[in-house]
Design a protein around this ligand. Structure first.
Ligand code: ZN
Length: 125
């Protein structure tokens, strides 16, 4: 496989005394490495480095085709201020790292209609 990989040094290219290229190009065979994380890609190359672990988010192309890595675990979440029945305003949040609401119902029971409402909205979004 041929990879076009964004060079993160390019973000701060002015601090290097050498010229920083925007992309690295690698050619090799995809390989599985036990300790590689899901957001990393391991390739075995013919050069002196041999094995490279590449952050998938930096990959721009694989074999000439555009590539975009969506990080798993990053879930959509929504947050809203909802007015309660007695005029109080509650800060409601669902999705992502868990649901929460500042109303007494959620505080005591861990669930409430505000969270239910927003969850419905999230699931239909
Ligand atoms: Zn609530």
């Amino acid at each position: 496989m041929k990879l076009k990989v964004y060079n993160t040094q390019y973000d701060h290219k002015e601090v290097y005394f050498f010229t920083v290229d925007e992309f690295h190009y690698y050619e090799g065979v995809e390989t599985s490495v036990k300790w590689a994380k899901p957001h990393e890609l391991a390739i075995r190359t013919e050069d002196s480095v041999g094995l490279r672990i590449i952050q998938r988010k930096n990959i721009r192309e694989i074999d000439g085709r555009p590539y975009e890595y969506i990080e798993a675990g990053v879930q959509k979440a929504i947050e809203r201020i909802i007015a309660g029945s007695r005029g109080a305003k509650y800060h409601v949040r669902v999705g992502g790292e868990g649901s929460s609401c500042t109303c007494p119902g959620f505080t005591f029971r861990g669930k409430c209609k505000h969270v239910d409402l927003l969850e419905q909205e999230l699931n239909h979004a």
